[in-house]
Design a protein around this ligand. Structure first.
Ligand code: KIV
Ligand code: ZN
Length: 516
């Protein structure tokens, strides 16, 4: 029996980006979109065009430039949203408009103040308007899992009649359980007379840790599309994790009789890219892509593995993209070897970018004998994260003695102009550096998170610092990498402050409509 193909709809750039502090700039979104195409996702939800000019621009750029996947934009069921979504999507070779409207009693009564009849009319009008622009239309009854099943069937039938080609069933608040979700999907398939004219889709949130299980239950009951995000990032506890649902279907194809078109060897590189770009770290024990996902510690397991791998391993690490060995380059390696490694890691670098990365690689290789994949990724990510027209670190000197107030003299540069400040205050040298950066840039923030970790192994490993800075009720992240952890801290803080500056000066960030 041939396996059913399950479409993978990735919403990392829309629902995923709604994770606090995870917002991405245009260059970062383009990088992620290309990585999603390389991964083989069927549909990329690139954003919510009416939410902000920045969202609009990102969807338009992705629609214009990214080829190989359907490009989707989100819209509420109203003319302005749908028109704006089409304006952004119109240049895509394969555009999809995704319209949504809440259907549950709670949302009808308290949020929309509409009765069931009005909901159906609004949904039909929205789907019809979208279908006037393109043929690929998805409709989502928001909070479907808490909607009365009879009413859900009515709305779905009306939406398909109006032109919806995919009907998505969101568990918006992560309330469902697997048997519940399977029951909803089964009811729709049995009771909606025109259901064969649309693909049924799952969209599950992870508030109870059940997003993947609920999505799989929906697939088992007949759904043909799963909506998910890389590393499961998203609003609150996040969305269904792409890598987990894909590998569950592949590893247990015998049971589900279904598979996806995902190139599983790209899972780890894509996970790492999204983690580096968003600053949301992947837990070590995360299924499929966590650092420890294939680490066998117990002696009995190691013994079994040596005798026969399948005694304790259900997937091969290389099949999800873990490199067998990642010791790669040294100080005598050339530009071509670096470019080749960057490509294998999933980056698309221009000749100019390769040159920049190569220059930093040479400096690093002088300090560090062995340059690992993780080091190369960190160097490249540093470039991607760089904010244009921003302050850069020139130099600093620190004087710190235990129990005494530290002193820092630090120089930054912007547009060729250098500014130096000395600060003699703070809890320690890192705090004093942050204060000096704030003094020069004139931007004051509250540091909500500060994390240091080694990029690879060994005493000479590079330190990676991630910070989360709060400014005007918004979180901005910053990241810095160096063999010197003080320098990495200064770079991370400066990267965060530069992002605040871009946000402040940019007309792209105006009040956005309430996010779904
Ligand atoms: O969770 C949700 O209900 C959504 C919809 C917009 C599909 O994200
Ligand atoms: Zn959602």
């Amino acid at each position: 029996m041939s396996k059913r193909n399950i479409r993978i709809f990735d919403t990392t750039l829309r629902d995923g980006e709604q994770s606090p502090g995870a917002s991405m700039n245009l260059a970062e979104k383009m990088e992620v979109a290309q990585a999603l195409v390389d991964l083989g996702v069927d549909i990329i939800e690139a954003g919510f065009p009416i939410a902000s000019p920045g969202d609009f621009e990102a969807v338009r750029e992705i629609a214009q430039n990214i080829r190989g996947s359907v490009i989707c934009g989100l819209a509420r069921c109203n003319d302005a949203d749908i028109d704006r979504a089409w304006e952004a999507l119109q240049y895509s070779e394969a555009p999809r408009i995704h319209v949504f409207l809440a259907t549950s009693a709670i949302h009808r009564e308290f949020k929309l103040k509409m009765d069931q009849k009005e909901i159906i009319e609004r949904a039909v009008r929205g789907v019809r308007r979208a279908a006037g622009y393109c043929s690929d239309i998805e409709f989502s009854p928001e909070d479907a899992s808490r909607t009365e099943v009879d009413f859900l069937c009515e709305v779905i039938e009306a939406a398909i009649d109006a032109g919806a080609t995919t009907v998505n069933i969101p568990d918006t608040v992560g309330y469902a359980t697997p048997a519940h979700m399977a029951g909803v999907i089964r009811s729709l398939i049995e009771r909606v007379p025109n259901i064969d004219k649309a693909v049924v889709s799952m969209h599950c949130h992870d508030d109870l840790g059940l997003a993947v299980a609920n999505s799989l239950a929906g697939v088992e009951a007949g759904a043909g599309q799963v909506e998910c995000t890389i590393n499961g990032i998203g609003e609150r506890a996040g969305n269904c994790s792409l890598e987990e649902v894909v590998m569950a279907l592949r590893t247990r194809g015998d049971y589900y009789q279904a598979d996806t078109k995902i190139h599983s060897k790209r899972l780890v590189p894509t996970s790492r890219l999204v983690s580096n770009i968003t600053g949301l770290q992947v837990p070590r024990n995360k299924a499929v892509v966590g650092r420890n996902a294939f680490a066998h510690e117990a002696g009995i397991h190691q013994d079994g593995m040596l005798k026969e791998r399948t005694t304790y391993e259900i997937m091969r690490p290389e099949d999800v993209g873990f490199a067998k060995t990642d010791l790669v380059l040294g100080k005598h390696s050339g530009r071509a070897a670096l470019a080749d490694r960057a490509k294998a890691l999933g980056y698309h670098l221009s000749a100019e970018q390769v040159q920049h990365v190569f220059e930093s690689f040479k400096v690093l290789a002088d300090k560090k004998k062995e340059v690992y994949d993780g080091d190369i990724a960190a160097l490249i990510d540093q470039q991607i994260h760089d904010v244009e027209n921003a302050w850069s670190l020139v130099t600093y000197s620190v004087s710190a003695t235990m129990g005494q107030v530290p002193s820092v003299t630090l120089t930054l540069q912007r547009s060729g102009e250098e500014v130096t400040e000395t600060v003699s205050s703070g809890d320690g040298p890192v705090d004093a550096m942050f204060l000096a950066i704030e003094k020069i840039t004139g931007i004051t923030t509250v540091c909500r998170d500060f994390r240091v970790q080694a990029v690879t192994v060994g005493k000479d490993a590079q330190a990676e610092v991630n910070v989360e800075l709060e400014h005007n009720d918004r979180l901005h992240r910053g990241r810095g990498v160096s063999t010197d952890s003080l320098e990495a801290s200064a770079l991370a803080f400066l990267n965060g402050v530069n992002r605040v500056a871009v946000h402040q000066g940019s007309p792209l960030h105006q009040a956005s409509p309430a996010n779904p």
